[in-house]
Design a protein around this ligand. Sequence first.
Ligand code: ADP
Ligand code: MG
Length: 384
Amino acid sequence: MEMKTKIREKFKSLYKTEGEVFASAGRINLIGEHTDYNGGYVFPGAIDCGIMVEIKPNGTDKVKAFSLDYDEYVEFGLTEEDKPQQHWPRYIFGVCREIIKRGGKVEGFDCAFAGDVPLGAGLSSSAALESAFAFALNELFNGGTIDKFELAKIGQSTEHNYCGVKCGIMDQFASIFGKKGCLIRLNCKTLEHKYFPFDPQGYKVVLIDSCVKHELASSAYNKRRESCENAVAAIRKNHPDVEFLSDAKRVWLEEVREEIPEEDFLRAEYVIGEVQRVLDVCDALERGDYETVGEMMYQTHFGMSKLYEVSCPELDFLNKLARKCDVTGSRVMGGGFGGCTINLVKEELYDKFIEAVKEKFPAEFGHDVKIYDVVISDGARKVE
Ligand code: ADP
Ligand code: MG
């Protein structure tokens, strides 16, 4: 049964009425990894899986929520003391609280929701959840007056303050701003954004989930940040205006090669290259040149694996296999040490590639991968 029909049936049986339906999306990032905290660009887009919610104000000061996927019903109030104990209600509660903290209005409501973003796979199911509710509550209680960037920040603050995840703005930004057939280049320093067409006719975008968990990620992440800061500090001695690595030219890094540890140099080399690759990919997309896009994705993988050193054997294996199968572009997506590769594959090569992955990966690593086809689609919106 279609997701919307299921939600509508459940809502009706629970609350004996009908509400309005809103949806939001998970996201991919085509290129631009570890650039956010270096003041560079990221290049995400919303995808064709997300969260859908039916919702209606109920005239009380209580929220009544039903998750179809967890088959679980909860009620909670809207003051800070009412914080729910379970995981998924915290996202909803957090969004309500963050709207209220900003002077917006949220009163009691009934809702039922479901989703089809795989959890914890790197497609940001949590941002989809926050964005769907932030968008809906803005429409229902605030006449749509909270601007879209603020809605994204409401989602981000929800993660920070109610879910214990210190994430950047990209996921919620993509989920709120996403547009069918477009990727969005976000400048993480100025927060300016620009849409670029992404309509790879004759290609598919497929994510291969290595199912490896990012256990090393947080300590390594701090070390990478430190390396970047060291490189910036050295470059700044010669070029005082450099605030982030994204401000530095490649030759400026070369000037300080002997002054910083080799490791810091390699990390900075990756970041400066990656910032430029996002720009190159944007140029290529304006020409409809998907072969260049693909080549840049391979370069990113190389950089993440050999310079930034945030890959792992499973991801390197998937990347190499993609190359062998003539896949146009392939790279690790997300912070690294596990998760998915994102692949741009010609349609006629798709079946052969997937077959090879399903056969060769388990033979090497003893467990299966998961495969997700995605299409760049609309972000937060009213459905009906
Ligand atoms: P991801 O990388 O997918 O964002 P997170 O761990 O950040 O993974 O978020 C997953 C959490 O988001 C789940 O544990 C759950 O609390 C919530 N969530 C996501 N999708 C749904 C859903 N369809 N129904 C209920 N809760 C969901
Ligand atoms: Mg998340």
